[in-house]
Design a binder for this molecule. Structure first.
Ligand code: FE2
Length: 203
């Protein structure tokens, strides 16, 4: 189930209020997160409308894919993926819950060394995802998340360089990350019958 218009507004107001403070741990300015939610939502909606997916659903999924971020900011040992999943399941929005969980695993690995989050939560995510079959909406939000950075749509390389720097990852990881992200992009290039960069006006 997806939230109706009124519930979307209430949830978005709530999450904006909760992310008002700068995220020191993740190095985000106060409103950077909210811009990211809106950008991912716009990106997912646009791609969906060109590949036969439900663009309204894509828009809502994009808007709330990082819903658990406010919990990760304030509660030590939490991971925004599982935190968002739990909250959305409690609210009965199971379609949002699954993208909260699946969007972080676009590299196709659950190896704890690939994440800065609590190992137990990564294990729990792995367990939950093992019972799901990922669909085009999961992949769409993974890709959209990777195409939004610095308040605009960007090439995958730019987003990956940003992630490597932000999370202090080993630059050697970037090759594998680029391959995984390119695979996602190719899936939607094919589904849309055109290059996603062109579709989004990315140079
Ligand atoms: Fe995100």
């Amino acid at each position: 189930m997806l939230p109706d218009k009124k519930a979307v507004k209430n949830l978005f107001d709530f999450v904006c209020e909760k992310t008002k403070e700068p995220n020191i741990a993740r190095g985000c300015a106060a409103d950077e997160s909210v811009h990211h939610y809106i950008d991912v939502s716009r990106c997912a909606e646009k791609i969906a409308s060109h590949c036969g997916l439900d663009s309204h659903k894509a828009k809502i999924l994009g808007l709330f894919h990082d819903y658990g971020e406010y919990i990760e900011r304030t509660v030590p040992g939490t991971f925004h993926g599982t935190a968002g999943y739990d909250e959305m399941m409690k609210l009965g929005y199971d379609e949002i819950a699954r993208v909260c969980l699946t969007h972080s695993f676009w590299k196709g690995t659950f190896a704890p060394e690939h994440f800065v989050y609590d190992k137990k939560e990564i294990e729990r995510a792995k367990e939950l995802i093992s019972k799901m079959e990922l669909d085009d909406y999961d992949y769409l939000i993974q890709l959209s998340d990777m195409l939004c950075c610095h308040r605009k749509f960007v090439r995958l390389e730019e987003r990956i360089d940003y992630i490597i720097k932000k999370y202090n990852r080993d630059p050697k990881e970037s090759e594998g990350m680029k391959k995984a992200a390119e695979k996602l992009k190719k899936r939607f290039d094919k589904l849309c019958g055109q290059d996603i960069y062109e579709l989004l006006g990315i140079k």
